[in-house]
Design a protein around this ligand. Structure first.
Ligand code: UDP
Length: 254
């Protein structure tokens, strides 16, 4: 399948807006090719910097979108334009409307016990004809994985949303998608926490202007201060070093 991508610090990212993302998913499903969808934000870019294995997993996905203003602005430093940051909590309900129209079955895997189930209920309240094939929490042991995969396959999902956070979900998808019968296996981070209402997202004005990280920081400061305060600073320095300093890396549109 043809892709329009850029490479930022060695990571391949699709040049897509929400509409393009929906269209691409429909095309992949129609083509009958199993599709691995992943996202990258500032945190993911820093993980990729230190872990080539993770970067390789991202670069092996069929579709990678920028979920974070840092990645969009970072690409701009090299003159590459990404249309926008794509945040699943914003676009997933609308996309689910399309999935419902197409009769596609969705499975929600991830988050603590009960959260994916609550997220499913909330989605179905908005979209009554949405087909949810099943839900499962994201805290299982490696030795339970084969049984879980059999259980998921038995529900015949077309699309599996995997919300374990980065980088666990990407490694899990990379290792296990071959055993999953679904057409789309998609890493969605903390999406179920937002859809269920477990985590609040913050005022729209801040979300729309690149400050989602600040809203998240204020809701979960203990867990996220290191990720956002230290992570964002390191990412900016890493970008500037690569753009203007001695660490130039391959960044291009492709
Ligand atoms: N999670 C999970 N299993 C784990 C670790 C985390 O299901 O072993 C879930 C966690 O409950 C949360 C999500 O993964 O719902 C991580 O969310 P986060 O916002 O940190 O994702 P990211 O920002 O990395 O995309």
């Amino acid at each position: 399948m043809e892709r329009t991508t850029i490479t930022l610090l060695g990571t391949t990212i699709d040049v897509l807006d929400v509409k393009g993302l929906g269209t691409k998913i429909t095309q992949y499903i129609a083509a009958g090719v199993q599709t691995k969808i992943m996202y990258v934000n500032t945190d993911c870019m820093l993980i990729a910097k230190n872990d080539p294995g993770y970067q390789n997993v991202i670069n092996n996905a069929n579709l990678v979108y920028a979920d974070g203003i840092g990645v969009v602005l970072g690409a701009r430093l090299w003159g590459n334009t990404l249309p926008d940051r794509l945040t699943a909590a914003d676009f997933m309900p609308e996309l689910c409307r399309d999935f419902a129209k197409q009769g596609l079955r969705i499975y929600l895997l991830g988050a603590i016990e009960g959260v994916a189930e609550d997220a499913a209920k909330k989605l179905q309240k908005k979209i009554p004809n949405l087909l949810i094939s099943g839900t499962h929490h994201g805290y299982f042991k490696q030795e339970q994985c084969a049984d879980l995969i059999a259980e998921i396959n038995a529900t015949r999902p077309d699309i599996i949303l995997v919300g374990f956070g980065a980088p666990q979900q990407e490694f899990w998808i990379h290792e296990n998608s071959k055993n999953l019968d679904a057409k789309v296996v998609w890493g969605v981070g903390g999406l179920f926490d937002f859809l269920s209402g477990k985590t609040r997202r913050g005022p729209k004005l801040l979300l729309d202007n690149g400050f989602e990280w600040l809203c998240r920081l204020t809701t979960e400061p203990k867990r996220l201060w290191r990720r956002y305060l230290i992570g964002n600073t390191r990412f900016i320095l890493y970008l500037l070093w690569n753009r203007f300093g001695g660490g130039r890396r391959n960044n291009h549109a492709g």
